[in-house]
Design a protein around this ligand. Structure first.
Ligand code: NAD
Ligand code: IPM
Ligand code: MN
Length: 347
């Protein structure tokens, strides 16, 4: 039987709840599909940091490299470990270390889910640059603690990095409604964002069949709320994509529905699948986290592994339960209730 080796990193807070739930669904999907998912669980998290002084062992990245995919819950527990330490110690090094440069985040309403802002009619694919830009980590502080203190955060955009994410976005747009929105702030940021606009225009020459629109981040943020049906594929830098995808989550009903895939398109290293949301300390350990975002992310993992039929079955199972009103209202159904309903719909 075909077996895929999956590294499971539940992480912190509701990351543990939703991956536990979603992993059961993945196992059921594998059984139906006639393949096996062999999961190896890694306890890397803020609790692990408090025990060992690191978010993962020094050879953590090398350990993960041999897996077919990484399935992650959420990282961060700022009451005990600063976010800048936990995220730069685990999540961000995986994205960067495995050149998972394309972060794919789909935003559409599942049947029966009433978003607070929209009730239907949009289908957006956000493609977020995932390895450089504002998340490069370059910079520093001088004159600490004095009135002359300066903090610098340098956003690094390389031609190779910008070009490859745009090409990835154009390919996605070509397979969909052939509309691409490129996001910058080139009216204010005159180096990196003017550069991004230039590269967009150059790459667009190879995709004459795709209609390109250039938006500033502020304008497209409003457009996502007011006219999401006018958007198809959005390509944005690391930080802008991060912000837009929480808006995307909001218009699709909330963070409990927003899935995400961190893809290494060359397949030279594993890709990672995780919900858009974080560890949600406000609802951690209460058993009320919505596992749909994690399950949907799992479906994206199955698709990436080449198990498209199983992925489609998982999506149909999710859609059949939301169409019946299960998991559609925040906090109404418990994690376990939603999970059991998805499992029943799959069987
Ligand atoms: P968050 O996404 O954890 O929570 C924001 C709000 O959404 C909270 O009210 C939470 O209860 C709600 N929410 C999130 N997921 C939900 C779900 N599945 N079901 C129901 N409600 C849900 O964002 P935050 O509070 O800003 O961050 C908490 C921690 O998580 C921080 O340490 C942050 O850095 C980290 N974080 C990690 C990731 C990640 O691992 N990819 C993503 C975002 C935030
Ligand atoms: C996300 C998160 C992360 C990000 C944080 C926790 C570093 O917000 O996955 O959207 O900004 O990428
Ligand atoms: Mn985010």
């Amino acid at each position: 039987m075909k077996t895929y080796n999956i590294a499971l990193i539940p992480g912190d807070g509701i990351g543990k709840d939703v991956t536990g739930a979603a992993w059961q669904v993945m196992q059921a999907a594998a059984k139906r599909g006639g393949f096996a998912l062999d999961g190896t669980r890694f306890p890397w998290s803020c609790a692990y940091y408090l025990e060992t002084g690191a978010m993962m062992p020094p050879d953590g990245i090398e350990t993960l490299r041999k897996f077919d995919a990484i399935y992650l819950g959420a990282v961060g527990w700022s009451a005990e470990v600063p976010d800048s330490v936990s995220l730069h110690g685990l999540l961000l090094p995986i994205r960067k270390g495995f050149t998972q440069y394309a972060n794919i985040r789909p935003h559409r309403l599942l049947p029966g889910v009433q978003g607070p802002l929209r009730s239907d009619g949009f289908d957006i694919l956000c493609i977020r640059e995932n390895t450089e830009g504002e998340y490069s980590g370059a910079g520093g502080r001088i004159h600490s603690g004095t009135a002359n203190e300066v903090a610098v955060e340098t956003a690094i955009f390389t031609r190779a990095g910008v070009e490859r994410i745009l090409r990835f976005g154009f390919e996605q747009a070509r397979a969909r409604r052939k509309k691409l929105a490129s996001v910058t702030k080139s009216n204010a940021q005159k180096h990196s964002m003017v550069f991004w606009d230039e590269v967009t225009r150059e790459v667009a020459k190879d995709y004459a069949d795709v209609e390109v629109s250039h938006y500033h981040i502020d304008a497209i943020a409003a457009r996502m709320v007011l006219a999401p049906e006018s958007l198809d594929v959005i390509v944005a830098s690391n930080l802008f994509g991060d912000i837009l995808t929480d808006i995307g989550a909001a218009i699709q009903g909330g963070l409990g529905y927003a899935a995400s895939a961190n893809i290494n398109p060359d397949r030279s290293a594993p890709s990672m699948f995780e919900p858009v949301h974080g560890s949600a300390p406000d609802i951690a350990h209460l058993g009320v986290a919505n596992p749909i975002a994690a399950i949907w992310s799992g479906a994206m993992m199955l698709e990436h592994l080449g198990e498209g039929h199983a992925a489609a079955e998982v999506m149909s199972a999710i859609e059949s339960i939301t169409a019946r009103g299960i998991g559609t209202i925040a906090g109404k159904d418990r994690t376990e209730t939603i999970t059991q309903a998805v499992l029943a719909a799959l069987s």
